[in-house]
Structures are given as C-alpha cells and as structure tokens.
Design a protein around this ligand. Structure first.
Ligand code: AMP
Length: 284
C-alpha cells in the first residue's frame, strides 16, 4: 500500500494503472476510518483491480460554525485499517495541495439542496461536489463507492456524475450500524457517554416510522409530527430535522408512497448526527 500526498504523484500512478488497463475502485473519505468505510472498501476490493481511497477533510464543505478543526483525525490508525482491507493507494493531500489558491470557477448544486442537510448546512454540497470533481479528475475511477448513511450526498453526487458525464459508476452501500443500531460515524467519538447511550433512539425512531408506514399510515405531516414527538421525548439532543421525502428526487410528499426516505439529524453538545432509512412503499 502506498500513501500519496501530491496530486502529481497520484496522477502518475493513475496513468500507469490506466496504461496497464487496470480498473480503479475509489472510496472518498474524511478519514478516522470505521466499519462503515470498510464496507465501501471491501465492496471496491471485490470488483476492481486496484482500490484507491482518499483521506481529506475538505474545508469547503464545512460551515463557519461547524467542526472542521475538531473533526477526528488519525492517519496512523487509518493506514492500518486501510492496509487490513487491501487498499492499494491512500491519497492523502494537504489543504494547500488541494486548494493552493482561490478557485476561479465554482460549482453550485441547484437541485435537492432545499431540504435536509442542504437546508441546514448552506454551501455544504457545493463544497462536496467541488472536491469530488477535483478528486474524480485526479483518480479517474471506474467505480466510486458512497454510503447511504449520507443518502442526500448519494443523490447529489448522482446528479454531478450524470450532468457532467463523469465516466464512472456510482455504487451506493447500505449503512453499517453499531450493535445497538446507531449508524457508525467518525463523529460518534465526540458524543458524551450519556449521549452515546441514548443515541440509538434515533434509529429506533426510524424503525418506528417504518412500522407505522407498514401499518398503513401515509400522511407525512402527521407521521413527521408523531415521530418528532417520540424522538424529542427520548433524547436530550435537539432535532435539527426529521423529514419524509421521495428518494432520490428529495421532493416533499403529502403521502408516503413509492420510494421514500425518512431522514433525521440531531444536534448534541459537540456533534450533529444524521441517519435515514429508505423504504419502498407500495402505491394503492
Ligand atoms: P466520511 O469519511 O464520513 O466522509 O464518509 C466517507 C464515506 O463513507 C461516505 O460515502 C459515507 O457515506 C460513508 N459512510 C460513513 N459512515 C458510514 C456507515 N455507517 N455505513 C456506510 N457508509 C458510511
């Protein structure tokens, strides 16, 4: 496994892989790897000749009051996990390497950002598509792997790939959870012990939503109201959003029918957690 910190060297390696007609599976990450990242890497390992991951905490996708500085980082640990899972290259550039000067062309997401994290984190997805455009150009993957834990990101990146003809396949991977249901996240280490104890209530609420819908409840306004009340009563954190939308279009729905996402974000003292489930609800 090689760790590469410059764009030039990464491009040289990619050129060699292409010359040898080797396929590239790519997993973009912000590091502090866990089993969620490992699931993406394992899937990439299965279907590609070479696996590249990037570790880059992208300042562009963090708002001024968000946790860019406090985001957990541990390259030695990441290196070990990546090696265990058969990664061939870690692309690990500095912020200066990725953004040596201000950008003269900016990208902005125009659809699917009026809801969920797009609404509560203005500019976040512009930062995501900007860095991914750079990373896709540098790494030129055949397949790129993204977790459905960030389901809005999957939808937005699908738009980027389709609209701008990136010659790669997006592979969405189901959310990996702790035994108690909490979605694995690098940010979970920033929960206090009592917050960590109650955090599985977030997923429990999503499962409750699934039960209500299975039992025939369809009215999204009343569902959201009931679910918010249930969640608010079971946690000390503050609900940022809880929404039921069509997926992947992310349109508001009166009735939960067709492919729907139930997505939630919760603020704790030092961290904001997100989770979702996607359901196929039969139309009458
Ligand atoms: P991050 O390092 O948080 O930016 O995540 C890198 C990639 O891993 C993204 O595509 C995430 O959606 C994915 N990911 C993060 N957590 C999980 C999880 N618990 N299960 C599956 N994928 C995940």
């Amino acid at each position: 496994m090689k760790i590469i910190t410059t764009i030039k060297e990464m491009q040289q390696e990619v050129k060699q892989l292409k010359n040898n007609q080797l396929s590239i599976g790519y997993v973009p990450t912000m590091g502090y790897l866990h089993e969620g990242h490992a699931a993406l890497i394992d899937e990439a390992r299965k279907n590609n000749d070479k696996v590249v991951i990037s570790i880059f905490v992208n300042p562009l996708q963090f708002g001024p009051n968000e946790d860019f500085d406090a985001y957990p980082r541990d390259i030695d640990r990441d290196e070990r996990i990546a090696k265990e899972h058969g990664v061939d290259f870690i692309f690990y550039p500095s912020v200066e390497e990725m953004y040596p000067r201000g950008l003269s062309v900016s990208l902005s997401v125009t659809d699917r950002t009026e809801v969920l994290c797009g609404k509560s984190r203005p500019g976040h997805f512009d930062g995501v598509v900007t860095v991914l455009t750079k990373l896709f150009h540098i790494i030129q993957p055949d397949r790129a792997y993204f977790g459905l834990k960030d389901a809005q990101q999957v939808a937005v990146v699908d738009g980027l790939i389709t609209d701008y003809h990136f010659p790669l396949e997006l592979i969405p991977i189901p959310t990996v959870r702790e035994e108690d249901g909490l979605a694995k996240s690098s940010r979970n280490v920033r929960l206090t012990s009592s917050e960590r104890e109650e955090a599985p209530q977030i997923y429990k609420t999503l499962l409750h939503a699934q039960e209500l819908i299975k039992a025939g409840e369809r009215d999204t306004i009343s569902l959201v109201e009931r679910l918010k009340e249930k969640l608010a009563n079971s946690i000390t954190g503050t609900i940022d959003y809880l929404e039921i939308l069509s997926y992947p279009e992310l349109r508001k729905l009166e009735l939960a029918e067709g492919k729907v996402i139930i997505a939630v974000a919760v603020f704790y003292q030092k961290v904001r957690l997100i989770d979702n489930i996607i359901l196929e609800v039969p139309r009458p």
